[in-house]
Design a protein around this ligand. Structure first.
Ligand code: SAM
Ligand code: SF4
Ligand code: SF4
Length: 346
């Protein structure tokens, strides 16, 4: 393997003037849940054999190149990242990279109780845990396999005790499925000081039978919470922040919503995504990626891989979510086979 130092002459900018500052790395395409909105249980799935997954060394090498290009936030995701054996060894490698200011992981939390301490010891900064319901029956139905919410809540406590905070909770809201729980979920995590991000149900992938009527808008979500627990808006930290952020008046705990359907934020999108087999995707709704694994495995130098990444980024013009509303208005059905979310992560 040739490992010449990548050039850091200038950070790439895409056709809409957006840099790349955030890399989401899917470490596995398998999952121990079958969430209705992501990997419905009634579908058949084929997963990558181990030899096709990027190795930890390959992921580290790519992450170093991305950091040279301007990335300073790394997030491990999946599938379910805690199913990847020895994931803490990867965390350790990534935590050592100079220039990484934020190393996070998104998980369904089911294995977090066992893993939290090892992840924290390895240098993980924080976790985001996905929780769609606090009700045992609803939770079991949404995760498709009847898994217990108690295990996930114990995992969240373990993560907080291991110092993996500020803990964030992702909650996809689906009208008629869990929208009646929005205030309860907000109140439960408010009490524990964790930041909930309510996410509008998105039309990712091709399997989740998404329909516009299933979406509860961020505005309605925040109105319901605000009516029960008064809050005030917060300024955006950075222009690339995607959440509408609020703070409860009584205790200052933050809560927010991600309005990718009703208030798309493509203009500030500086996220690159790496699938578990090493495909580079410039949008969550992309149909194809660029194969970086074959570059890694054919002896290309860091400089050559950097050039390939620059080329992808400089040609990028993705703004799927902004275009979605126009398509709906025109009654145009999206016929492209979009990549599934469990293959590239959130
Ligand atoms: N398995 C991990 C988990 O669930 O946290 C990580 C991967 S999952 C694909 C990453 C995030 O994508 C989760 O927070 C999940 O809720 C979100 N997600 C999946 N499908 C979605 C959809 N249709 N709309 C909005 N968010 C979705
Ligand atoms: Fe659910 Fe995450 Fe697994 Fe998708 S990848 S099925 S969101 S736990
Ligand atoms: Fe970024 Fe694509 Fe989402 Fe727009 S639709 S915010 S470009 S990932």
């Amino acid at each position: 393997m040739t490992t010449s130092t990548p050039s850091s002459v200038s950070a790439p900018v895409d056709r809409l003037g957006r840099g790349v500052d955030d890399l989401r790395i899917s470490v596995i395409d398998r999952c121990n849940f079958r969430c209705t909105f992501c990997m419905p249980a009634d579908q058949k799935y084929t997963f990558l054999p181990k030899a096709e997954l990027l190795t930890f060394e390959e992921i580290e090498r790519l992450a170093r190149i991305f950091v040279e290009l301007g990335v300073h936030k790394l997030r491990l995701t999946g599938g379910e990242p805690l199913l990847r054996r020895d994931i803490e060894h990867l965390v350790e490698k990534l935590a050592r990279i100079d220039g990484v200011k934020d190393l996070a992981l998104t998980t369904n939390g089911f294995l977090l109780n066992d893993k939290a301490k090892a992840l924290s010891d390895a240098g993980l900064d924080r976790v985001t845990v996905s929780v769609e319901s606090l009700d045992a029956a609803t939770f079991g139905k949404i995760n498709g396999l009847g898994h217990s919410i108690d295990t996930v809540l114990e995992g969240i406590d373990a993560a907080a005790n291991a110092g993996l905070g500020p803990i964030k909770i992702n909650t996809v809201v689906m009208r008629g499925t869990n929208d009646d729980e929005v205030v309860d979920i907000a109140a439960y995590f408010k009490q524990r000081g964790h930041v909930v991000r309510f996410i509008e149900f998105m039309d990712v992938g091709t399997l989740n039978a998404w329909a516009p009527d299933d979406v509860l808008s961020a505005e309605e979500i925040l109105n319901r919470i605000g009516a029960a627990m008064p809050m005030e808006p917060l300024e955006r930290h950075r222009s690339s922040d995607v959440a509408l952020r609020y703070r409860y008046l009584d205790d200052g705990v933050e809560v927010g919503a991600i309005a990718s359907i009703t208030r798309p934020f493509c203009g500030a999108c500086s996220r690159a995504r790496l699938s578990s087999e090493g495909g580079l995707y410039s949008c969550l709704f992309a149909t194809t990626g660029t194969d970086l694994r074959s570059l890694l495995r054919s002896g290309q130098s860091d400089r050559e891989i950097e050039t390939a990444i620059r080329s992808v980024w400089s040609q990028r013009s993705d703004r799927y979510s902004e275009e979605r509303s126009q398509r709906f208005a025109l009654g145009v059905i999206d016929s492209e086979p979009k990549i599934e979310m469990f293959r590239i992560g959130g």
